[in-house]
Design a protein around this ligand. Structure first.
Ligand code: PHE
Length: 347
């Protein structure tokens, strides 16, 4: 795949993440392609220019498609009984009639912006998934005890393997799809770099810290020579940008079947910066356990037909509700799904 074809797939993927699909036509990368024309041999310029024009035509057609799809979607009422995938999409960030965008959606837009500036693309997850993506592709064999950590909701309807569909208990269900979708990047010596901020579900006893429906952001990065230092630096940079101040992080060893080694990362309290022994956010500890991460297990790469001897990568999964609660000092996670106007109007 040459660089123009590769850019085409990157830009087509970006279409889904844009509030205005048309903005993809203004992508900086296209301008950069034009800028390289004068550096080429005169005999090559014509063919190169033609390829860029074809890329633009493909994008124009995809934008037109996307716009008509969105128009159609706007006029169809939400079908809460819709099977598999059809009701998973990022709503447009358009406040209506004096209302406001839900705080989690606002924060998700902010975090997508930070990761995009670091070269990641944003993808969506699903609200119903299958057992393969929830477990097998992530190196949890059938009967593995670690499956019990992810107790979630299942449908009574079975798929063609006789297994129930599942409400994803983490965004890691998207790892295999991301790896497959962007595998060609590796051939072109580009990394796979994607995040998935979306909804997740667990069968929890509800309290101020536990909700049945919550949000995670998954990160997946694969290339040659990726190491754990890059994982830690990426997350520290993200957290510092998100909180607008220098954040310290520390890692402890942990266990996930799909990463090896696995870590649990804590951050220095963004609320009191470790200075308030009575801080409600960190209980005066100064550190808060935030997220799971690690180096992608070779079996997870193999399940996506990527050679673990050639490529390595990191992954992380971070609870978005927790991030946002710490930013604003929100004391109860249940506010987010409560539809309480006095809470929502503050954002
Ligand atoms: N999916 C894990 C969880 O929700 C977090 C995680 C993601 C850990 C990616 C490692 C790598 O518990």
């Amino acid at each position: 795949m040459n660089e123009i074809q590769q850019l085409e797939s990157v830009l087509l993927a970006r279409l889904d993440t844009l509030e205005e699909p048309r903005d993809v036509l203004k992508a900086l990368e296209i301008k950069q392609l034009y800028a390289t024309i004068p550096t080429l041999e005169p005999s090559e310029r014509g063919a190169y220019g033609k390829q860029i024009n074809e890329l633009k035509q493909t994008l124009e057609a995809a934008v037109a498609d996307k716009e008509s799809q969105r128009e159609a979607a706007d006029s169809v009422p939400l079908d809460v009984t819709a099977p598999f995938d059809t009701n998973s999409s990022m709503p447009k960030l358009l406040p209506v009639d004096g209302g406001s965008v839900h705080p989690l959606r606002q924060e998700i837009a902010t975090l997508i912006g930070i990761f995009e500036r670091m070269g990641f693309v944003a993808e969506e997850s699903r609200e119903i998934d299958d057992q393969y993506h929830m477990f097998e592709s992530l190196n949890f064999p059938a009967g593995h005890p670690a499956r019990d950590e992810y107790d979630t909701f299942m449908t009574t309807q079975k798929d063609e393997n006789g297994e129930a569909f599942i409400a994803p208990a983490h965004t890691s269900t998207m790892q295999n799809r991301i790896l497959r979708q962007y595998r060609d990047n590796l051939v072109a010596d580009e990394p796979i770099a994607a995040i998935v901020p979306d909804r997740t579900f667990r069968n929890e006893d509800l309290d101020a810290r536990h909700e049945h429906t919550f949000y995670q952001v998954e990160g997946v990065y694969v290339a040659k020579g990726v190491h754990a230092g890059m994982l830690i630096a990426t997350l520290q940079k993200f957290l510092s940008e998100y909180y607008g101040k220098d954040i310290d992080v520390r890692v402890n060893p942990f266990y996930f079947p799909f990463t090896e080694p696995s870590f649990e990362m804590s951050l220095s309290c963004p609320f009191c910066e470790g200075k308030n022994p009575d801080c409600k956010v960190c209980s005066g500890e100064g550190w808060i356990e935030l997220l799971g991460c690690g180096m992608i297990h070779p079996n997870v790469l193999k399940a996506a037909d990527i050679d673990p001897n050639e490529y390595t990568g990191f992954a992380f999964g971070c609870g978005i509700d927790r991030l946002v609660m710490m930013k604003y000092g929100i004391e109860d996670v249940r506010h987010f799904e409560s539809a309480k106007l006095d809470f929502l109007k503050q954002f």
